[in-house]
Design a protein around this ligand. Structure first.
Ligand code: VTB
Ligand code: MG
Ligand code: MG
Length: 323
């Protein structure tokens, strides 16, 4: 896959972030999501690639843009699978909270798991615990393993978990075991990637969240040398059937990092929409000046780039949402 594609994808996440950030703190998650999706879709037209959406905004009949199966790019470049979440954290933006991002994962055609939009059980760790975790292990055992691998006492180990009723049992068990719980409101992608970045202090991610977000996270975790395992969590027969239609014969298959993203030829790009641990949010600096903060990484070379960009909205009128 072309090296240039990495920077092209950042231009796309930047556009989505700038558009949706204008809805920050307006209590309107639908418009925030729409703005991100429209900007992302428009920018994709100018990217040199032969892409097809495998994880997107839904099926053709329910999503006008970035639907599963939609072809993207100018057809001249590499053949790739594209997974998008134009606004990961629509509620975050509506409420003005932290850690919303615009994200894309791209990988060689046929190598991203085709995951339906349903729940997925997930576990993620950084590079020191790679190869040591198993999603079926009791959380107490996983904590011991990760603590040893990360050279920390259990008392200093931090487990990041989405604050939801469905996670109460696991939260209680982590606390009883003597480790620490860091709860987050929304945004599995940022939370799971945090395990691969020692400066965040996060050692382990566990919980049930979106399957699309799981596949997108896996591209980043692969680039950062971490590890992840997952299992789809269909809530009924209809959802189980959708897994099979997408090619997963056994919907409850144990999924390793390599099942989620099969090749090393993968790119992950994200731009911060609101302030976050990993990335700053979009900053409107007065006049038409806007600053964005992005990260882009390639699994093949493990290169991680942080990209800070100044944009002049007078020259990008299509990204001016609130006039
Ligand atoms: C999950 C998580 C996402 O929404 O899908 C979550 O993976 C939905 O969970 O990152 P609930 O059904 O409990 O709200 C996000 O947090 C944001 O899209
Ligand atoms: Mg979304
Ligand atoms: Mg999302």
């Amino acid at each position: 896959m072309d090296r240039e594609l990495a920077l092209e994808l950042v231009r796309v996440t930047e556009a989505a972030a700038i558009a949706s950030a204008q809805w920050m703190g307006r209590g309107d998650k639908m418009n925030a999501d729409d703005a991100a999706t429209t900007a992302m879709r428009t920018m994709f037209d100018s990217v040199s690639m032969d892409g097809v959406v495998v994880i997107g905004e839904g099926e053709l009949d329910e999503a006008p843009m970035l639907y599963i199966g939609e072809e993207l790019g100018d057809k001249t470049g590499p053949k790739v699978d594209i997974a998008v979440d134009p606004l990961e954290g629509t509620n975050i933006v509506a409420k003005g909270h932290n850690n919303a991002v615009a994200v894309i994962a791209a990988a060689k055609r046929g190598t991203l798991l085709h995951a339906p939009d349903m729940y997925m059980d997930k576990i993620a760790v950084g590079k020191h615990a790679k190869g040591l975790i198993h999603i079926d292990d009791p959380i107490e055992r996983t904590i011991d393993i990760v603590a040893r691998a990360n050279n920390k006492r259990v008392a200093d180990l931090t487990v990041i978990i989405q604050e939801r009723e469905r996670h109460q049992d696991i939260i209680d068990r982590v606390i009883k075991k003597g480790a620490r719980v860091k709860l987050f409101g929304d945004g599995d992608v940022g939370a799971s990637i945090a395990t691969c970045l020692p400066q965040t202090g996060v050692d382990l991610f566990v919980g049930t969240g979106g399957a699309p977000e799981g596949v997108i996270s896996a591209a980043a975790i692969k680039s950062l040398g971490g590890d992840m395992q997952a299992r789809l969590a269909p809530q009924n027969k209809e959802e189980a059937g959708r897994c099979q239609t997408m090619g997963l014969e056994n919907p409850l298959q144990h999924l390793t990092l390599n099942d989620l993203v099969k090749s090393d030829d993968a790119i992950f790009a994200a731009t911060g929409v609101t302030e976050g641990e990993l990335l700053n949010g979009v900053k409107f600096l007065g006049g038409d000046l806007v600053e964005t903060d992005s990260i882009v990484m390639r699994a093949k070379t493990r290169t991680v780039r942080f990209v800070k960009t100044n944009h002049h909205l007078d020259y990008k009128p299509h990204l001016k949402i609130i006039r």
